[in-house]
Structures are given as structure tokens and as C-alpha cells.
Design a protein around this ligand. Structure first.
Ligand code: NDP
Length: 400
């Protein structure tokens, strides 16, 4: 029985709050705070309708450490779940350190003025968290998150040696809009327009944005073109998966999405440096976010499925083997359950499970940790129980 404070009230938070509310024996009190309280109220209304529970609402500008400290002191939670944006990670971690509160998030820190994400900034907190006797669990979404746990599970149960990992992420859903992003547009577009990067034989190699691609035959979906990208979970996995020779991350995009993205880039709308407009400084990508559909609003008419998983090659008992560990989710089913599309759902459910691991003490250590550093088994069991069932298949085709 413990109190959680959830910061951020967007698409992912909508799922996590509802999933936590469904487990009152673990999440006995839920406080939801964000910059815009109207969005908290909307989520609270859903929770009331679906579970009969009342959650507490508050307001915070999480960029400000002092406001986070005041908020945490006011509510005194056991754990802070950060579901705002990556820009707020360090300000919230500082407040957790100050107040001695456990911390969890789903995306690693990004400085607002540079499209660059890496764990360095958060890993630097390890010693301070360790000395304070509190846990920071980083990246408890799907990717990062479940993909890290899949790799840890493969290392523990399926392979003697892991050689190659290809993380593949496909959203084959259709939301009916000409162009929209499935999670925060600003974060999504910064990620997709960055250079690709993968790890091979001990070093990082970079590629031009979306220049390397190939088809992949996704279970329950079929063949889709997927593009090599850099993704944050690789940074910790290459440290924690032993004997690894190569790790890559791939994501599928439709032609229509890519054409729109190219045009937006070409006309300068994805820029993150300020431009002067009628005497006022604006950041084109932030303005673009304001005119694009809110990812949460896509949920109602979304059809189709997502498939995210890890193709892993290596040796077991001296024999070369390749396996695919994955989950398939259906947009219409996730909407029916919590009024969310599958991208928010596949992130929001692991966030609830990560929080559950900390609250129940199943995952317990002082310091800053990535998901694969804890025992994958209880997390894998919970994925099956709380809406993200996974499969393991022998996989015949290697990823080229
Ligand atoms: P949304 O944009 O839908 O929601 C973000 C929320 O954070 C909004 O409620 C927003 O408030 C709030 N927020 C933003 N800035 C502040 C601030 N300074 N103070 C307080 N609240 C703030 O994003 P998503 O729900 O789609 O994504 C949430 C997080 O999940 C992101 O960090 C994203 O990168 C991550 N993610 C992780 C994935 C994974 O698999 N690991 C996959 C998808 C997303 P307001 O309404 O005022 O803007």
C-alpha cells in the first residue's frame, strides 16, 4: 500500500493512471500533477467512471526543481512517476534527491535546445541516489522498457551467449489523419529526424537519418519497411548484455508519414532554434506541435496493430539460434479498455508495472538503474497479466 505522485497528464499518463487505479491494493493513493490541470481532471473523471476511485489533482511546472520539491513535500509520495517530457527529468530527479523519494520515468533526459538524448546526465546521479538510499528506475515504457526486459530475459533463460540484437518497432495502425505523431510530436520528430546510430564490434557507427531500411515480416501484420534509427535503450543494453557483437534499432514508417516529414523539414518547420516572427521568438517545432493533432485524440478511430520486439541471435548449448520475443497490441482493443491508442498503452502499462516493482520491493536497490539490471521474470509475468502478452518464436529470417 503506497502513494504515488504521477507528473504529466498526456497520452501515456492517461493509461498509467487508470492501470494504477485498477490495483488499489498496491497503489493506495494516486496524486496526478501537471502543468495544465484540465488534462488531469479529464483523467480523474475516467478513473472515477471506470473504477469508482478518486485521485488527487495538483498543478506543477516540473521544469522548476523548487516547485517539484514543494509538490513532493505536500503529498509525501513513496514514488514519483515522471510522465511529463524528457526535458523535466533532471529537475524531478533533483527534487527526489532533496526529499528522499524514489523516481521512475519512461524517457531519458534531453536538453531542450539540442536534439540529443543520452543517459550520461542521469547516470551521473547514481552515486547520489545510492548514498540517499533511493531508487531511480529509468525508461520503464516499451522501448525503452519492455525491450530491455526482453533482452534481460533472453540473457537469463534463452541464450548462453547473445551476439546480435535487432529491436524492431512497427505501428501498422491507421488513425485516418494525413499526418500525426503517436506520442508527443516534438519529442517524436526530434527523434526521427536525427542521425541513425548502431553499435557493432565495440563502437558506435552513424548513418544519415532514415537512409538505411529494409522490409521485415511482422507477426499478425505482414511485411513493412523499417528504418534504422538511434534509440536510447541501446546505450544501456550494450553495457549490460554480455558478449554482444551488434545492436540495432528499427522503426517502420509509412510513405505518407515520410513525405510529410520531408516537406516539414525542407520548409524549416522541424527546426528547434528560435526564429523571429512579428517581433516574437518562436521555435518552429514547438509551433508545429501546437497545430498537429494531440496524440491522445487519435485513439477513438485508430484501427490496426502494433508489433514491437527483439530479434536475438546467439548460442545456446553450443548451437546457433535466433529467436523473436515480441508483443502485438491492437489500437481498437486498447481504446475499448482505457480510451487510449496502442502507443500510449504499450508505454503506459510498463510504467505501471515498473512502479509496481518498486512499490512492492520486488525491484529494490539504491542508485540509478536501467530496466535490464533487475530480474526480468516478475516483470515478464506482469506483462502477461496486465495487457501486454508476449510470445517467443524461433525466427528463421535474419535481419540483414
Ligand atoms: P504528451 O505530450 O501527451 O504529455 C506530456 C504531459 O507532460 C502533458 O500533460 C504536459 O502538460 C506535461 N508537461 C509538459 N511539460 C511540463 C512541465 N514543464 N511541467 C509539468 N507538466 C508538463 O506526451 P506522451 O504522454 O505522449 O509522452 C509522455 C512521455 O513518455 C514522454 O517523455 C515520451 O518521450 C515518453 N514516451 C516513452 C515511450 C517508451 O516506449 N519508452 C513511448 C512513448 C512516449 P501540458 O498539457 O501542459 O502540455
Amino acid at each position: 500500500m503506497a502513494k504515488v505522485l504521477i507528473i504529466g497528464a498526456g497520452g501515456v499518463s492517461n493509461v498509467t493512471v487508470q492501470k494504477c487505479a485498477m490495483l488499489p491494493e498496491i497503489f493506495s493513493d494516486i496524486v496526478l500533477a501537471s502543468r495544465t490541470t484540465a488534462r488531469c481532471e479529464e483523467i480523474a473523471r475516467r478513473v472515477r467512471e471506470n473504477t469508482g476511485r478518486t485521485i488527487t489533482i495538483d498543478r506543477v511546472d516540473a521544469d522548476k526543481t523548487n516547485e517539484n520539491i514543494t509538490l513532493i513535500r505536500k503529498h509525501d509520495p513513496y514514488l514519483v512517476i515522471n510522465l511529463a517530457l524528457p526535458y523535466q527529468d533532471l529537475a524531478i530527479m533533483d527534487a527526489c534527491l532533496e526529499t528522499g523519494t524514489h523516481y521512475m520515468d519512461t524517457a531519458n533526459y534531453e536538453p531542450p535546445d539540442e536534439a540529443k538524448f543520452e543517459y550520461r546526465w542521469q547516470w551521473e546521479y547514481h552515486e547520489k541516489f545510492r548514498r540517499r538510499g533511493i531508487t531511480a528506475l529509468l525508461g520503464s515504457g516499451f522501448d525503452p522498457g519492455v525491450t530491455n526486459v526482453f533482452c534481460a530475459y533472453a540473457q537469463k533463460h534463452l541464450f548462453g551467449e547473445i551476439h546480435n540484437v535487432d529491436i524492431v518497432d512497427c505501428n501498422a495502425g491507421d488513425h485516418g489523419k494525413p499526418f500525426a505523431t503517436n506520442f508527443n510530436p516534438e519529442i517524436n520528430i526530434r527523434e526521427v529526424t536525427s542521425k541513425g546510430k548502431y553499435w557493432e564490434k565495440g563502437q558506435w557507427l552513424s548513418t544519415d537519418p532514415l537512409s538505411v531500411h529494409q522490409p521485415f515480416d511482422f507477426p499478425e501484420i505482414g511485411a513493412r519497411e523499417m528504418y534504422l534509427m538511434y534509440h536510447e535503450e541501446m546505450e544501456s543494453l550494450v553495457k549490460n548484455i554480455k558478449g554482444l557483437k551488434r545492436m540495432r534499432f528499427w522503426m517502420t514508417f509509412g510513405k505518407q508519414y515520410l513525405t510529410h516529414l520531408k516537406v516539414l523539414e525542407n520548409v524549416g518547420m522541424t527546426r528547434i532554434d528560435p526564429v523571429l516572427y512579428e517581433g516574437m521568438e518562436i521555435i518552429p517545432l514547438k509551433f508545429l506541435k501546437a497545430v498537429l493533432p494531440d496524440p491522445g485524440s487519435l485513439a477513438e478511430n485508430y484501427t490496426g496493430k502494433t508489433c514491437i520486439g527483439c530479434v536475438i541471435e546467439g548460442k545456446e548449448s553450443g548451437k546457433y539460434t535466433r529467436k523473436f520475443i515480441y508483443n502485438v497490441s491492437d489500437h481498437a482493443q486498447t481504446y475499448a479498455e482505457v480510451k487510449a491508442q496502442a502507443i500510449s498503452y504499450t508505454t503506459g502499462v510498463p510504467a505501471m508495472i515498473g512502479a509496481k516493482m518498486i512499490l512492492t520491493g520486488i525491484w529494490k536497490d539504491s542508485g540509478v538503474f536501467n530496466m535490464e539490471q533487475f530480474d526480468p521474470d516478475p516483470f515478464m509475468e506482469d506483462l502477461n497479466q496486465y495487457g501486454l502478452p508476449w510470445k517467443i518464436e524461433e525466427w528463421n529470417n535474419s535481419v540483414q
